[in-house]
Design a protein around this ligand. Sequence first.
Ligand code: PHE
Length: 346
Amino acid sequence: MKTFASEIAKIRESFLQDLQEAIRSKDVEEIRIKYLGKKGSLSSLMKLLKDAKEEERPLFGKLVNDLKEEITSHIENSLKRLSLGEQSQKFSREKIDVTLPGRRAFVGNLHPVTMMIEELIGIFSSMGFSVQFGPDLESDFYNFEALNFSKDHPARDMQDSFYVSPNMLLRTQTSNVQVRVMESYPPPIRIVAPGRCFRNENVSARSHVLFHQIEALYIDKGVTFADLMATLEEFLAKFFKKGVKVRFRPSYFPFVEPGMEVDVRCTQCSGQGCRLCKYSGWLEILGAGMVHPNVMRAGGVDPEIFTGFAWGLGIERMALLHYEIPDIRFLTENDMRFLEQFKEEG
Ligand code: PHE
């Protein structure tokens, strides 16, 4: 009994001594392990307890427990005290610099082609056109046959195409929407239809196998070529606010009669001639014309009662001119250094 009690007193004394010398909370942690840990002083006391006489055990047990409680509460108090002090020291050492600029979250921006489509839709809706969409994967009928291209029509060659089966292809033009719309709505029809087009082209500064067009179709009683010219001129004036030189050229498309093409003075070289405009000084931006009676018939519209005009505008070409981009390939390369230049400020 005596040895056990004096053992307890010894441990208690040495603990209090250790604790007095502790300066940092880390020291107190070490003391906790030394006395209360698995291999600590109290554990070894428990081993002594096993050897004690039966009748002395309850008392011994109580003494050990009392000591354990005392040690625990001392440790908790010192930890609280020390860590509070350490924290306030840390705070006074670490000054927070509120003038440091924050980290900006990454914000993306619209692709220049998307911005162009939105701008064009904005202009055409202000002129009374609504928006329609057609499929990218199209039947030979809507892409060619209904547009007055018979199976062996030589004009098909100009739109060398990606066929997925003898009857289905990736559409070569948004004109595929024309007959689809005529089938769905009675005239008057006044729509634009933006979308992707595909042609088996040689890729160059101004042509790509994937590009976008926006189609316009206007059908009503008494629509004339003068209406087409006036609408186009109005649109071009709204789009090219600075005013650019445009040129109207007679041209041929099987689905219009008469047909024409519109060129814009190349903004890249101001007409001097460059790679982008194939050294001609002009860039073709759209094809247009009066809707051919055969196309009207294919769409179930009586060409004796109604007339109309249509055009198909190359969106990439517009983007090249508008943003002064020297090469169409930049638009599909996904190079952030290029794309980020179209971020709007703010
Ligand atoms: N679809 C023609 C093309 O892609 C353009 C066009 C549309 C011409 C409508 C006339 C009328 O070249």
